[in-house]
Design a protein around this ligand. Structure first.
Ligand code: PHE
Length: 341
């Protein structure tokens, strides 16, 4: 029995010394220490021993068990360490590999221009308003003095939602004049940027959806001189000191008198070139003194109050501001284009 125990110890320790993986280790553990293992089998023979022999043999058996158990633990620790170092090796990060730069978006030049416009007007005490793109024809036309039969009300120009031509995609930001007059305390100074919609084919200067910025002032003793002064300041702030502007008479149903403001072409300085189509000037906005009838319809006494308004094309302004030649570039959102600003 002594020899049997010694043999188990030698064999077990040798086998555990060279064990290769967790499964093999478990097999060895069961083989030597398990309920049906070799050590148990030997201990079962203890009954055959004499009472004198038993304690010494018991002690030896315990010693062997302890040795084998210690060897199992050591082997298990060794395997775990090996697995860890293998894992660490596999997961090594090479910090010298060049990183991948994430593709970030870029602020759109038109919104950069809008931010500048907002800053200029907020600095003069204006409030920035937001309004509905789905608008009532009464706000887009009637309350702006555009009578039934006015050409801009035509189905061929305007996106209506209903047969009765009552609900539409706004064709201008001017309904925001009315919304401001109806809801705000006088005096009023507002700008209202946003999308507008017209049935236009896409080309280098047209799009069925584009952006406008509406501006309006209503106060006492407001005159055309205030309008011109403010818009000249806007042009100089946006396009640089000394920017030359020109006011031409025009017609809008909701202003009287009405005008359009041009800025001198940045490309040719007024001589005429392809950018300004040979004109020397680029049209930027429509404006005028608010028609007394429009004030009256919104409950404002035209004998006490007067005001002016303007509506400028935002795409056009951004094109002039950043010297962009084709309107379509504004809508395509090609990152290579956007990144230039
Ligand atoms: N709403 C006009 C347009 O779209 C522009 C405008 C606004 C003109 C305000 C005068 C006053 O053409």
């Amino acid at each position: 029995m002594k020899e049997q125990l010694a043999k188990i110890r030698t064999e077990a320790l040798a086998a555990l010394e060279s064990v290769k993986d967790a499964a093999a280790l478990d097999e060895l553990r069961v083989k030597y220490l398990g309920k049906k293992g070799e050590l148990t089998a030997v201990l079962k023979q203890m009954g055959k021993l004499t009472a004198e022999e038993r304690p010494a043999m018991g002690a030896l058996a315990n010693e062997v068990r302890a040795a084998v158990e210690a060897a199992v633990d050591a082997a298990s620790e060794k395997l775990a360490e090996a697995a860890l170092s293998l894992k660490l090796k596999a997961e090594t990060v090479d910090v010298t590999i060049p990183g991948k730069t994430p593709q970030l978006g870029h602020k759109h030049p038109m919104y950069m221009a809008l931010d500048e416009i907002k800053d200029i007007f907020v600095g003069m005490g204006f409030t920035v308003l937001d309004g509905p793109e789905i608008e009532l024809a009464s706000y887009n036309f009637d309350k702006l003095n555009a009578e039934e039969g006015h050409p801009s009300r035509d189905w061929s120009d305007t996106f209506y939602f209903d047969e009765g031509s009552r609900v539409m995609l706004r064709s201008q930001t001017s309904p925001m004049q009315v919304r401001a007059m109806e809801t705000m305390e006088l005096p009023i100074r507002i700008i209202a940027p946003g999308r507008v919609y017209r049935k236009d084919e896409v080309d280098a200067t047209h799009s069925p959806m584009f952006h406008q910025v509406e501006g309006m002032v209503i106060d006492k003793n407001v005159t055309m001189a205030d309008l011109k002064g403010t818009l000249n300041l806007l042009a100089e702030e946006l396009f640089g000191k000394g920017t030359v502007t020109r006011f031409r008479p025009h017609h809008f149903p909701f202003t009287e008198p009405s005008c359009e403001m041009d800025v001198q072409c940045h490309k040719c300085g007024g001589a005429g070139c392809p950018t300004c189509k040979g004109e020397g000037w680029i049209e930027l906005l429509g404006a005028g003194m608010i028609h007394p009838r429009v004030l009256e319809m919104s409950g404002i006494d035209p004998n006490e109050w007067s005001g002016w308004a303007f509506g400028m094309g935002l795409e056009r302004t951004a094109m002039r501001r950043f010297k962009i030649a084709d309107l379509r570039l504004i809508f395509e959102n090609d990152v290579r284009f956007l990144e230039q600003f």
